[in-house]
Design a protein around this ligand. Structure first.
Ligand SMILES: [Zn+2]
Length: 53
C-alpha cells in the first residue's frame, strides 16, 4: 500500500501501520503521531487545503 503524507507535518505515513487516524468529512486521514492527530482534530481546516480536484 502506498504511503501517504501526514497532513500536519508532511511525514510519510503507512496507512496500514499508522499510529493515529481521524475521520473528517467522510475521509480517513493518517497521522505520524497522536500529537499530529490532536492538532488536526482541533482545527482540520488549517491542515486541509484544497482537497477537491
Ligand atoms: Zn505528523
Amino acid at each position: 500500500m502506498p504511503k501517504v503524507d501526514c497532513p500536519v507535518c508532511g511525514a510519510a505515513v503507512d496507512p496500514e501501520t499508522a499510529i493515529a487516524t481521524a475521520v473528517h468529512d467522510a475521509q480517513t486521514y493518517h497521522f505520524s503521531s497522536t500529537d499530529c492527530r490532536d492538532a488536526f482534530v482541533a482545527d482540520p481546516g488549517s491542515y486541509i487545503g484544497n482537497t477537491g480536484s
